[in-house]
Design a protein around this ligand. Structure first.
Ligand SMILES: C[S@@+](CC[C@H](N)C(=O)[O-])C[C@H]1O[C@@H](n2cnc3c(N)ncnc32)[C@H](O)[C@@H]1O
Length: 302
């Protein structure tokens, strides 16, 4: 259940949309529609010729669909963005916005398992129609693989001990609920860092369940070919793993950040950065504490 009643509060709204909409007649993609906050602002800046396609893989977002001829909702993972845009007749688009991660709705809905504030099933799938739940990962992955993902995706210093604690607990019974998971890891999660480390553990599980790194890699790589010359790529990230991927792509055109050179040694880079990375100002951070880790990067296709 959505306890706050607010689906989501958009982060860095003005800065991101101003950076995105360079032509009111253009074709745009909001890769992460969510509550539609960014999408509504984009549509408000379009002429009658302009159009916005909003992607989301979570069926709950369909309740927020914008009723406007200039808007089309696409119920899909954003990794398939270029294919869908071709289907809609667009080989190229004028701008792509991605506001990564999860919405308030995910955190506030106790039945989805994204938050450690509520008791509930540890599901964590954004698309509830497919894939493993977080409880499947916790109960079925070998301890070594769990340790690896806690380290890689959660940057959890004691990932090995956390994985071992889960291994011990699941010998007695499957871990199915948030309380069962918290009870299992409590002995190895330090008191002083309890909230931070638990958040990291939940982040790692969420990223694994939703294949977030693979989906982001595919979406960003697809964006290079899909964007028209002069078009904008605008991305808001919430943790260092995502930000590193975006930064590398904008610098080099690939996730590894390797700048290629042509036969004559000239650098072949598809983007130029527009301004420096932006973070929410003090007022936004105070009004919306969940915006605190946000970082906005804008690049223009050359
Ligand atoms: C931070 S919220 C976006 C909020 C939105 N900008 C707004 O103003 O309401 C991220 C949204 O992206 C969606 N999402 C995350 N990964 C996705 C993916 N790979 N494909 C499609 N949607 C995704 C989530 O379901 C969630 O609704």
């Amino acid at each position: 259940m959505d306890t706050s009643g607010t689906y989501h509060v958009p982060v860095l709204l003005r800065q991101s949309v101003e950076g995105l909409v360079v032509d009111p007649d253009g074709v745009y993609v909001d890769a992460t529609f969510g509550g539609g906050g960014h999408s509504r602002e984009i549509v408000s800046r379009l002429s009658n010729k302009g159009h916005l396609y909003g992607f989301d893989q979570d069926a709950d977002t369909m309740n927020n669909i914008i009723k406007d001829n200039r808007f089309t909702f696409v119920y899909s993972n954003f990794r398939y963005m270029p294919n869908f845009m071709r289907w809609y007749g667009h080989e190229k688009v004028t701008g792509i916005l991605a506001d990564l991660g999860v919405s308030w709705h995910h955190f506030d809905d106790s039945t989805r398992g994204f938050s450690f504030r509520f008791e509930g099933p540890i599901d964590m799938r954004m698309n509830q129609k497919e894939g493993m739940k977080a409880s499947d990962v916790l109960n079925e992955y070998p301890e070594e693989k769990l340790a690896q993902l806690f380290w890689l995706y959660g940057e959890l210093q004691n990932g090995r001990q956390v994985a071992a604690a889960i291994g011990r607990a699941r010998k007695n019974s499957r871990l199915e609920t948030v309380t069962q998971l918290l009870d299992a890891v409590r002995p190895v999660i330090g008191r002083e860092r309890e909230k931070k480390d638990t958040a990291k553990l939940f982040q790692a599980l969420r990223m694994e369940v939703n294949h977030e790194v693979d989906a982001l890699r595919e979406m960003l790589t697809g964006a290079v070919g899909l964007l028209d010359k002069g078009g904008r790529l605008v991305v808001i990230t919430y943790h260092s793993i995502e930000d590193r991927m975006v930064k590398n792509l904008m610098k080099s055109g690939n996730i590894e950040g390797e700048i290629k050179t042509d036969f004559y040694g000239n650098r072949e880079v598809p983007f130029k950065a527009i301004g420096k990375p932006v973070i929410p100002d003090a007022a936004e951070q105070a009004a919306n504490p969940r915006s605190r880790s946000a970082k906005l990067r804008i690049a223009e296709k050359i």
